[in-house]
Design a protein around this ligand. Structure first.
Ligand SMILES: CSC[C@H]1O[C@H](OP(=O)(O)O)[C@H](O)[C@@H]1O
Ligand SMILES: Nc1ncnc2[nH]cnc12
Length: 257
């Protein structure tokens, strides 16, 4: 069974050559694209392009529930979300990698849960990212000589528009990076007892800085830095232990009322 799933974001391509493509139907519809199964350094991995094969799903329309459900159905226990983010701080520079450790949710109308009743769940989110995977990704990125931040708070906005300057100045007081897709991907993975780690690549200084961000710039910088994500995945994935000792699945014990 494939135990590791990657959800690739804007500008992430060629993570591996697919050996098999699986069309999964879920109670929440189809995932963004058929799930590709392949190997990274001998480890079996499933891959879903978050925005679809041709970037046809904007961030507020990504079928997040179907994506996570499909990975779970295939046996995935650990999800790696790859994202492009704007920087809210001078020291988080374009091209840097961030191993996100917290988030603030500024989205507005997404499907946040698998439990809309009659089964009710309140999942713990105090420390939502998998500590085992975070450590491996941080140490591996350092070893590879990539500029990497061990921590970062990701503010997730609804999109698809970028922020106003006033919003950006506000977010900057509480968070380090900004994007549109972490939520509800991480919530949903956690509700199914899966581990979640986020590898964020900084693509721009958000609009608090001199030059307002645009989508073309994000895609260009992401393409330029795609090799870092690929190298990192290649070296780090074989280091992820098969057996989980992180406790991420323990939330299942206490989340139902
Ligand atoms: C292409 S500009 C904005 C777009 O880029 C990021 O995508 P992802 O997180 O999937 O890499 C951002 O969240 C927006 O969806
Ligand atoms: N500045 C920004 N704001 C929101 N999402 C982004 N994705 C990449 N850069 C971004």
């Amino acid at each position: 069974m494939v135990k590791i799933g990657i959800i690739g974001g804007s500008g992430v391509y060629g993570v591996f050559e697919a050996k098999e493509t699986v069309k999964v139907h879920t109670p929440y519809g189809r995932p963004s694209a058929p799930v590709e199964i392949g190997e990274i350094e001998g480890v079996e991995v499933a891959f879903i392009p978050r925005h679809g094969k041709h970037h046809e799903f904007p961030p507020h329309e990504v079928p997040y529930r179907a994506n996570i459900w499909a990975l779970k159905e295939l046996g995935v226990e650990r999800v790696i979300g790859v994202t492009a983010v704007g920087s809210l701080r001078e020291e988080y520079k374009p091209g840097d990698i961030v191993i996100t450790d917290q988030f603030i949710d500024f989205t507005k109308k997404r499907d946040y849960t698998f439990y809309n009743g009659p089964k009710v769940a309140h999942v713990s989110m105090a420390d939502p990212f998998c500590p085992e995977m975070r450590k491996i990704f941080y140490e591996t990125a350092k070893e590879l000589g990539f500029p990497v931040h061990e921590r970062g708070t990701y503010v997730c906005i609804e999109g698809p528009r970028f922020s106003t300057r006033a919003e950006s100045f506000m977010f900057r007081q509480y968070a380090h990076i900004i994007g549109m897709t972490l939520i509800p991907e991480i919530n949903l993975a956690r509700e199914l007892g899966m581990c979640y780690a986020n590898i964020a690549t900084v693509t721009d200084y958000d609009v608090w800085a001199e030059k307002p961000v645009d989508a073309q710039e994000v895609l260009k910088v992401m393409a330029e830095n795609n090799y870092k994500v690929q190298e990192l995945l290649k070296k780090a994935i074989p280091r992820i232990p098969e057996e989980r000792k992180c406790g991420c699945a323990d939330v299942l014990k206490s989340m139902f009322v």
